[in-house]
Design a protein around this ligand. Sequence first.
Ligand code: MN
Ligand code: MN
Length: 465
Amino acid sequence: MTDLLVRGGIVVTTDGAARADIAVEGGRITAVEPDLGGLAASAREAVDATGLLVLPGVVDVHTHVRVATDERPDRFFDDSVAAAFGGTTTFLAFNNPGTGSSEAAARSLLTGLREWRAATGADAAVDVAPSLVITASHEDPVAEIPAVVEAGVPTLKAFMVYDFGLDDAAILRALEAAGRAGGMLQVHCENRAILEALTARHLAAGEIEPRFHASSRPPYVEAEATGRAIALARAARAPLYVVHLSSADALAEVRRARAEGLPVFAETCPVYLTLAEDRYLGDPEEAARYLISPPLRPADHPGALWAGLAGGDLSIVATDHVPDRVGVEKQSWRESFDRVSNGAPGIETLLPIVYDEGVATGRITLPRMVDLLSTTPARLFGFTTKGALAVGLDADIVLFDPAARRTIRGADLHHSSDYTPFEGREVHGAVRSTLVRGSFVVRDGLFVGRRGFGRFVERAIQQLA
Ligand code: MN
Ligand code: MN
């Protein structure tokens, strides 16, 4: 018995886009054919997708969605609803300090995993998974990594910066342990010594406003660390995933490694693809909205990143969603730029921005967009039932209207932040409906999902080539 037919839309895969029907049964795709009209009479429901693009649900592999607290019991749920409105059917969240994890989780990866599952198990509207952050306070992360991978969490993350970051020796050990266990380490690549020195120089000169953020950590600070992480991964004989690559300089390091055939993968984010460092020059309260790390770059960098996406040196676009609020967390800009919590919200705007700035402008093709947002994220991060519209996979489906025009407004978004870095941007295209495992979560622009419907996804990396 077919539960659902999606008929008449343009189905997009990494190979192309063509008119096709999709049949769904038990939450999985059972057929993708040019015409499944023969099933129409017996199907429980048929949805007319004429004029719409039918896309696999987006897999956002970089978010800092925060678990619920007594003060903010809805924040995880709210961000998961926002994901659905943006066409994201699965997201991965880090449990780094500040996202709601405990002291005990700061000492043990496995405790952190149990805690995250308990804290999120009844909250998600879409499917979710954690990526565990290894910090300097973990007692023996290398010993725990095999059990973590075995428990369905094959990706872990380390920072080269911040108080909780790891030194090179610890990153080398983590790369080795993750690789040996069939997993992959994600690394935030910036040179801590240089950015601390440049920040101190600004502060000593009384240069405390947000406009000094970009020059406190310029592109060479990222490029040096990216090259160093690649060297560590080479020595470890392990794969490396570079998070939030922001500059042409760091991209050159990744390109060189990939040309040698090393298993080095990098993501970039919508903010780096669409905004430049002139955002820091205006009113400081406005500029504080863009205090992210790495910072926004000179205006010629976004074009280089688009070329990297089109050419294959960059593998994924993810959001680095941080639901900080201008009215709360960002207010510390008044003390100095380096005191501000770094990050910007983006969980609801990934597909809309990449479609508008990438596909509608002709910088990337529609199949390449699906590859960057769904298929490759699912493959590299071990979501074996997600990432494509193919028989046997979860029926995570987005109905997208390419003819729509809309203006992005923070007030219209559903996340737990209070702003968007894309305020006022007019975009081509709009998400109409989002299905997770065959069930509508957003339907014709309305939330029809359920808190707790989203599942924890056990992952297993199968191939990285
Ligand atoms: Mn980071
Ligand atoms: Mn991040």
